[in-house]
Ligand binder design. Structure first.
Ligand SMILES: [Zn+2]
Length: 402
């Protein structure tokens, strides 16, 4: 075991004490053999559900043997390849025996929202054994279901334990590494989006948490190690930092990546779309900061922008438009922007400088040297998606699972 996370609590300069929910994280070779220890931390004995993606059947069989040998009763639930994360998919776990007191999920971090949601519904803990390096999302309490702009964000709970087995990581393909790496490219730009939310929109995210996110992403993106194990470790640090400092904003980069994923129809994941989203947004943010007309306070056509997004990704227009929340601080935002333009520009420069270098590394992670990107779609289309997302100002409402 070469990495366990401490401390549990940080007394912060913002006067709050930040703490995290996740209790046990381990990363190293052969750690699947420790899965019973992670389970024992929340459940000494009894009945557990072991949920996994079909392609990870081998890992699941290994984990199951270890848990049975440790005296647990194990119910196995598998998900076919191509299963989308939905509350319906979670029903298989929710409707399984009441005696199940812990859920172990083996698979990727998009599908882990199924376990996240089921654990909240069953009022038990869930333990995560990732099979791809993109693990940060497992540390978020929010489960995200749906595609494009028609998504539901549901407040559940993060994984109580995460075990990263480097032997599993070694088997990951370039595309799976790129997915994790792509999300880290996005997290760096999100530092700008959080800073903007605090400075210009008056949001109360802790600045120390944003700075730490900046440090973690900077350290990782400046290192040359892009092995699956290295990406997984950086992803853990990011996920835990975001959990600790409650950096839970649905950022524009998230929305743009989701909309591109929904309308490109190529089966590319959010992480793979994230570098495109980051590039598009960095350009639009720069444009926004250079425009004098904003001082006139003319509002944008939000309904028109939502219409455009629905046309592109096939979401229900009426539902999307009626979900728009009114924004009453438009004039204030443009005033703040004119007051703090220099600082905002400095943030943007700092948090977007990585893009040219990082996107080169991202492309190289693919066996086909980024061939799919050149066939993927036009820059104009992605920019118009980015513009519509910025104009629409879609705010996701977080509901509670229970
Ligand atoms: Zn703080």
């Amino acid at each position: 075991m070469d990495y366990t996370f401490t401390p549990k609590q940080v007394r912060c300069s913002c006067s709050l004490t930040h703490s995290h929910y996740t209790r046990y994280i381990a990363a190293g070779e052969g750690l699947i053999s420790k899965v019973n220890e992670a389970v024992a931390d929340v459940l000494k004995a009894g009945h557990v559900a072991l949920c996994y993606m079909q392609e990870d059947e081998g890992v699941a069989a290994q984990a199951s043997d270890i848990l049975v040998a440790a005296g647990y009763k194990v119910t196995r639930i598998y998900y076919a390849d191509g299963t989308e994360p939905t509350p319906d998919a979670a029903e298989d776990i929710i409707n399984a025996a009441d005696s199940i007191r812990a859920i172990i999920f083996i698979g990727d971090s998009q599908l882990c929202d199924i376990a996240k949601y089921a654990a909240s519904k069953k009022s038990c803990e869930w333990i995560y054994l990732p099979t791809t390096p993109d693990v940060a999302h497992a540390f978020s309490p929010i489960a995200i279901f749906g595609m494009g702009i028609g998504i539901d964000c549901i407040m559940c709970k993060p994984a109580i334990s995460v075990i990263i087995d480097d032997n599993i990581m070694k088997r990951c393909c370039g595309r799976q590494i790129a997915e994790g790496y792509g999300n880290i490219i996005g997290y760096r730009l999100k530092c700008y989006e959080y800073s903007y939310a605090v400075r210009i929109r008056g949001a109360d995210y802790c600045l120390a948490g944003i700075r730490r996110l900046g440090m973690i992403t900077d350290n990782f993106l400046n290192s040359d190690n892009v092995s699956a194990a290295a990406v997984a470790r950086a992803s853990v640090k990011i996920g835990l930092n975001n959990q600790m400092y409650k950096l839970d904003l649905m950022c524009n980069s998230d929305v743009v990546a989701r909309v591109i994923a929904a309308c490109a129809d190529e089966g590319r994941s959010i992480g793979e779309n994230m570098p495109i989203a980051a590039y598009v947004l960095a350009g639009l943010y720069a444009e926004q900061l250079n425009m004098d007309k904003f001082n006139l306070c003319i509002p944008v056509d939000r309904v028109g922008a939502v219409n455009e997004l629905c046309r592109l990704c096939g979401n229900d227009k009426i539902a999307a438009i009626s979900a728009l929340k009114s924004i009453d601080n438009h004039a204030k935002e443009w005033y703040m922007l004119s007051e703090y333009r220099q600082e905002t520009q400095a943030d943007l420069d700092k948090y977007s400088a990585h893009l040219p270098h990082a996107s080169r590394i991202f492309r190289r992670l693919y066996d086909d040297a980024g061939y799919w990107l050149s066939k993927y779609g036009s820059a104009d289309k992605f920019i118009s998606i980015g513009r519509s997302v910025l104009n629409a100002r879609i705010t996701s409402v977080v509901e509670s699972a229970v």
